[in-house]
Design a protein around this ligand. Structure first.
Ligand code: F6P
Length: 549
């Protein structure tokens, strides 16, 4: 027996009941559910301070919610939550606890690993981050020739890039004068294009890697060091390089001094690490106080998740409805559409958070699953997405549940723009739900004076099935605190879904095979490897042929 329960969700009473319930609901329409229950908005929304979460536009009724809650109970969700918060090693395949909540808690003493509180370590690194960013933002950090550091380049990939990059972009209105850049891709054009506008004397690199072995990051870090050494001296390197890692020895071997190494721990998963020292570039962009507000927003979400009844628990509801749409209504992907330009990187961030966590096909006993787990996550900022992929959302064959996210108060003074943005934010979920019948299309075309033949020909193309589910997240304003809350809700949604699907959400073995093969291919490409397989040998021949010079 492992730490987490092993319960195949499809063997529960709730799952069987949900299957037949789904057949009944497929005969219904979401607007019909609104008509049947005048209190539907109140019943199917939760307001938590500055956030409204409206889940009323799902093809789900009170019975659905009741059965989903029963499913959560039958698989032991409450017990799993308790184990996670108690620091039990629920990441069983790696033998680690999952405690990113400790990084943002106002009550850190309660978090323990192997019986030992982690609060003091967390606080020490936060103090180190505050000292570093305060000095940087006051212009007290100078490069090798005394020039004030003005640019920070974060070199990292995956969780060491997507989270800090997304948050930094989302909180643009809070930016300081220090400019923060991100380099992730091993494609040399990424580093080259970032370095193009920079000068080594006022640039500081943060090498961000939990393991400090990730090939892309180490390759870029070495290239950045060479670029620096074209102008600066080895002896001044500590002025220009800092590291964020749980492998401090490797960072020291790279040449980074101990005082410039910001530690985090193996109980912080890479894709859940933006709250740790991995958030250093965020601090450089928005200042430490704002970073703390981000943490406090996430902490509030943790408290809500830990204490609210499942019926009012935002991440639990997000997870349960997602399971409803995926496992009972046949959805295979979910779109995330922020009506807030600065949040446009949220879909990419969530791609890693969700798909690296729950893209699994064996259960906690290693047995193959016969039900779907992680959806494909995709999306883009509204209204841009409307002019790209919304055709498919409205009239495509696949049903894609959507999360629409926006805020009432903008950070700019273009009121008309903002009203239009909000109008679109309201219109799209409504259009997805209501659709347009062929009769309505015909009446409209007749009123425009088209003849009957043209009306009959055009009508099928202009009708909208509707009945497509979505959730709305409406904030007062996208502040650091509000953003922290939103991200933490998505994190807990991922956890709840992993528990219900009986999988391990906190490992990522699926990325290893390709990594290993890439090392072999590198050796083949550079002539230092063994005999390549015939199909690779063919490609290597073409590469040799195509090579310039
Ligand atoms: O993509 C695999 C992965 O291990 C992610 O889980 C992680 O966020 C990323 O690589 C980067 O890892 P590291 O921070 O160790 O460089």
């Amino acid at each position: 027996m492992g730490i987490l329960n092993r319960k195949n969700p499809t063997t529960t009473d709730a799952w069987s009941a949900l299957l037949s319930h789904a057949e009944k609901l497929k005969q219904q329409r979401i607007e019909g559910l609104f008509r049947q229950d005048s209190s539907r908005f109140d019943q199917f929304s939760v307001q938590l301070d500055d956030l409204l979460f409206d889940f009323s536009r799902n093809l789900a009724d009170q019975e659905t919610m009741q059965l989903l809650k029963q499913l959560a109970e039958e698989v032991g969700l409450a017990d799993a939550m308790e184990k996670m918060f108690a620091g039990k090693p629920i990441n069983e395949t790696e033998g680690r606890p999952v405690l990113h909540m400790a990084l943002r808690s106002a009550n850190r003493e309660k978090f323990k690993v192997d019986g030992k509180p982690v609060g003091q370590y967390v606080q020490a690194v936060l103090d180190q981050m505050r000292e570093f960013t305060d000095a940087l933002l006051k212009g007290e950090k100078a490069g090798f020739n005394g020039q004030v550091i003005k640019h920070v380049v974060n070199i990292g990939i995956g969780g060491s890039d997507l989270g800090p990059r997304m948050v930094t972009e989302a909180l643009k209105p809070y930016h300081s004068d220090v400019q923060v850049h991100f380099v992730s891709n091993v494609d040399g054009s990424h580093l080259t294009s970032v370095l193009k506008g920079l000068k080594p004397e006022n640039t500081l690199f943060i090498v961000a890697s939990k393991t400090f072995t990730t090939d892309e990051t180490m390759t870029n870090a070495k290239a950045a060091r060479s670029w620096y050494l074209e102008s600066g001296n080895e002896s001044d390197i500590q002025l220009h390089f800092a590291a964020v890692t749980s492998n401090t020895e490797a960072a020291k071997s790279f040449g980074i001094r101990e005082e410039s190494i910001f530690e985090f721990w193996d109980w912080v998963g890479g894709r859940f690490s933006l709250w740790s020292a991995i958030g250093l570039p965020i601090c450089c962009a928005i200042g430490f106080n704002n970073f703390q507000k981000l943490l406090s927003g996430a902490h509030e979400a943790d408290n809500h998740f830990e204490s609210a009844n499942f019926e009012e628990n935002i991440p639990v509801i997000m997870a349960l409805l997602s399971i409803w749409n995926i496992n009972f209504m046949g959805a295979t992907s979910e779109a995330v559409i922020p009506y807030y330009q600065n949040l446009r990187l949220l879909p990419s961030y969530l791609q890693q958070a969700v798909m690296e966590s729950n893209g699994k096909s064996v259960d906690r006993d290693g047995q193959p699953l016969d039900y779907q787990t992680s959806p494909v996550i995709w999306g883009a900022a509204g209204t841009d997405g409307q002019h790209a992929f919304f055709q498919q959302l409205h009239q495509g064959t696949a049903i894609v549940p959507c999360d629409f996210i926006s805020a009432v108060n903008p950070h700019h003074s273009l009121e008309k723009n903002h009203h239009k943005l909000l109008a679109n934010f309201l219109a799209q979920p409504q259009a997805l739900m209501v659709g347009k019948t062929e009769d309505a299309v015909k009446t409209e075309l007749a009123s425009k004076g088209l003849n009957q033949d043209s009306i009959n020909k055009l009508a099928p193309f202009k009708r909208f099935e509707g009945n497509r589910p979505s959730n709305l997240f409406l904030f007062k304003k996208i502040t650091p605190h509000a953003l922290g809350k939103l991200i933490a809700f998505y994190e807990h949604k991922i956890f709840v879904q992993g528990i219900l699907w009986n999988i391990f959400s906190f490992d990522q073995w699926g990325v290893e095979l390709g990594k290993g093969l890439a090392t072999e291919m590198y050796q083949s490409l550079t002539g230092s490897g063994g005999e390549p397989t015939p199909e690779i040998a063919k490609l290597l021949e073409v590469i040799k042929d195509f090579k310039d010079g």
